[in-house]
Design a protein around this ligand. Structure first.
Ligand code: ADP
Ligand code: GLC
Length: 477
C-alpha cells in the first residue's frame, strides 16, 4: 500500500459538526481500492481514545505547544486513526472549536499543534515505521502543516490542501507568530502575512504542492472576489495547481435500501418511501400535506440562504406544501423559523439541534430538500436527497450546480433531470423554484421520473477517489 496522512479536525464516526467529517471519514475507505492506505490524524477530543481498538502509542513529545502530547494509533470501524492526545489543548467540555464562551481563544495554537504533529510524522515517521508519502490537509485547521514542512526542509513528502470552505480562514494576530513556531522571516505577503495578520489557510494555499477543492464549480468561483473572500488573489496565482474534485456519498451510510434508521425502500419499491413520509407527519404532529413536504437539514446560517425561507412560506403552504427544518445556528434565523412553525403548526415543523438519526428520517420521508445556499463548496444534503428520492431544490452555486440537473424543458425531454436549480440566490428566484417544484409534484409521472433519475445518479466516491489517487501519484510518483 502507498501511504497518505490525512490531517483534519473532524471525522465520521468519531466527531462531526458538518460535511467535512463525512468526507474525511469516507475517503480512506474509497482510496483503499486505488492502493492508497490513508491514516487520519485527528485531535483526541474527550472520549475518542476509548473508541479506538487496541490503541498503541506511536509518537511522543514532552512539550507540544505548552504540554505533553502523544499520538495513539488504532482502528475505528475499519479506519486507521491517529489521535493526537494533548489534554492541555483538546480536553475541553465544549465542542471541537468553541465552548459556552464562544471560540476558544487558543484555537490558533490548538490547530497549529495538530499541523506541527503532521510535520513531525512527515519528517521522522511514527515509531511503528509508518511514514507518509503525501500529507493531505483539510481546511484551515491543517493549513500550517505545509508551511511547517517547507520550513523544516522536508522535500520527499508532498502536501495537498483541500478547501472545504474558504470562509473559515484560521486568522490569528501577528504577535502570535513565534508562539505558533513560525519563522519571522516568513512574514511576507508571499508567505504568511495576510492583511497584516496570519492566516493558516493562506499559509497552506501558498506552501502546499497542490490545492484541491470539493467541486469544479467552486474551484472556478474561488478565483473571484465575491467567493474567494480575500484569498482570491492567492488562488489565482496557483490556478495551475488547483483541482476541483467533487465529494462523493458514503453509500454504506446513505442508502435507502439498507439505512437502519428508516423504513427501507428502493427505486423499484418507491411506494415504501410513503411510510417514512407518514411517520414524519405523525412525529411532527402536522396535518395533511397535499403538496410536497420539503425538508431542510442544515447549519442555519446566511451561507446556507435559510434566512430567505420565512417570507416564502405563506405562499408555499397556501399552495399545499409543508416544511420540516432540522438545524441550529444563527439565533435570528432560528427565531424566524420557530415563529413560522408557531403560526402554522399543521404545515411547518421545526427542530432546533443536531440529530443524526432524525436527519436520516427526514431524507427518507421528505418529498424535497431545500438548499438555497449563497455559496456551497460542495454540499452533501442535496446528494443525500437524490439518493433517497427526495427532490433537491438548490441554488446554482458550487457543488449544488455540479450535482443537480435542473428540470428545464431540455433536461426533462432528454429524461435526465433530477431537481430544481434556481439562480441567483434571492427570494424571487427561490420563490419561482418552489412554484416549479409544486407544478412538478402535481405531475406524478414527471415526479417519479425525477426521483428515479436522482436515485440512479452516480454519486459514490468511485470517480472522485480515483481523481485523488491520480493526484497523489502525480506528486509522489
Ligand atoms: P456543511 O458542511 O457546510 O455544513 P454539507 O451539506 O457539506 O454542509 O454537510 C452537512 C452535513 O451535516 C450533512 O451530513 C448533514 O446531513 C449534516 N447535518 C447538518 N445539520 C444537521 C443537524 N442539525 N442534524 C444532523 N445532521 C446535520
Ligand atoms: C464544507 C462546505 C460544504 C462541503 C463540506 C465537505 O463544510 O460548506 O459545502 O460539502 O465542507 O466538503
Amino acid at each position: 500500500m502507498r501511504r497518505v496522512l490525512s490531517v483534519a479536525s473532524e471525522c465520521v464516526p468519531l466527531l462531526k459538526t458538518g460535511g467535512l467529517a463525512d468526507v474525511v471519514g469516507a475517503l480512506p475507505k474509497a482510496l483503499k481500492e486505488h492502493g492508497w492506505g490513508m491514516r487520519v490524524l485527528l485531535p483526541a477530543y474527550p472520549g475518542l481514545i476509548q473508541k479506538l481498538t487496541k490503541p498503541v502509542v506511536v509518537w511522543k513529545d514532552a512539550d507540544l505547544f505548552g504540554g505533553k502530547a502523544q499520538i495513539l494509533s488504532g482502528q475505528v470501524e475499519g479506519l486507521d486513526m491517529l489521535l493526537l492526545d494533548a489534554p492541555h489543548l483538546y480536553d475541553r467540555a465544549g465542542g471541537p472549536y468553541s465552548g459556552p464562551g464562544g471560540d476558544y481563544p487558543d484555537n490558533p495554537e490548538r490547530f497549529a499543534a495538530l499541523s506541527w504533529a503532521a510535520k513531525e510524522i512527515a519528517a521522522e515517521g511514527l515509531s511503528d515505521g509508518w511514514r507518509p508519502e503525501i500529507v493531505h490537509c483539510h481546511d484551515w485547521q491543517a493549513g500550517f502543516a505545509p508551511a511547517f514542512m517547507r520550513y523544516a526542509g522536508i522535500e520527499d513528502v508532498k502536501s495537498i490542501v483541500t478547501v472545504h470552505n474558504i470562509a473559515f480562514q484560521g486568522n490569528a494576530p501577528v504577535d502570535r507568530l513565534q508562539a505558533l513556531k513560525l519563522p519571522p522571516s516568513g512574514f511576507t505577503s508571499d508567505e504568511l502575512e495576510y492583511w497584516g495578520n496570519l492566516s493558516s489557510l493562506k499559509a497552506g494555499l501558498v506552501m502546499a504542492d497542490a490545492i484541491t477543492t470539493v467541486s469544479p464549480t467552486y474551484a472556478n468561483e474561488l478565483m473571484r472576489g465575491e467567493y474567494g473572500l480575500g484569498l482570491e488573489g492567492v488562488i489565482q496565482k496557483r490556478a495551475n495547481d488547483l483541482h476541483g474534485i467533487l465529494n462523493g456519498v458514503d453509500t454504506e451510510i446513505w442508502s435507502p435500501e439498507t439505512d437502519p434508521h428508516i423504513e427501507n425502500f428502493s427505486a423499484k419499491a418507491l411506494a415504501d418511501k410513503a411510510k417514512n413520509r407518514a411517520a414524519l407527519i405523525k412525529e411532527f404532529k402536522l396535518g395533511p400535506v397535499p403538496g410536497p413536504l420539503a425538508v431542510v437539514i442544515s447549519r442555519l446560517t446566511t451561507q446556507k440562504g435559510l434566512d430567505l425561507i420565512p417570507s416564502l412560506l405563506t405562499e408555499f403552504t397556501w399552495r399545499g406544501g409543508g416544511l420540516i427544518v432540522l438545524g441550529s445556528g444563527d439565533p435570528q434565523i432560528e427565531m424566524a423559523l420557530l415563529h413560522e412553525a408557531d403560526l402554522n403548526p399543521t404545515r411547518i415543523g421545526m427542530r432546533i439541534g443536531y440529530d443524526d438519526p432524525l436527519s436520516h428520517r427526514l431524507f427518507a420521508g421528505g418529498d424535497a430538500v431545500l438548499v438555497p445556499s449563497r455559496f456551497e463548496p460542495c454540499g452533501l444534503t442535496q446528494m443525500y436527497g437524490l439518493r433517497y428520492g427526495t427532490i433537491p431544490v438548490v441554488a446554482a452555486t458550487g457543488g449544488l450546480n455540479d450535482t443537480v440537473i435542473d428540470a428545464n424543458p431540455a433536461a426533462v425531454a432528454a429524461g435526465v433531470a433530477t431537481g430544481v436549480v434556481f439562480h441567483p440566490t434571492d427570494g424571487l428566484a427561490f420563490a419561482q423554484g418552489l412554484r416549479r417544484l409544486i407544478t412538478l409534484y402535481e405531475d406524478k409521472k414527471a415526479w417519479r421520473q425525477l426521483q428515479r433519475n436522482g436515485m440512479k445518479a452516480e454519486l459514490d466516491w468511485g470517480r472522485s477517489s480515483a481523481a485523488y489517487a491520480d493526484l497523489y501519484e502525480s506528486l509522489a510518483p
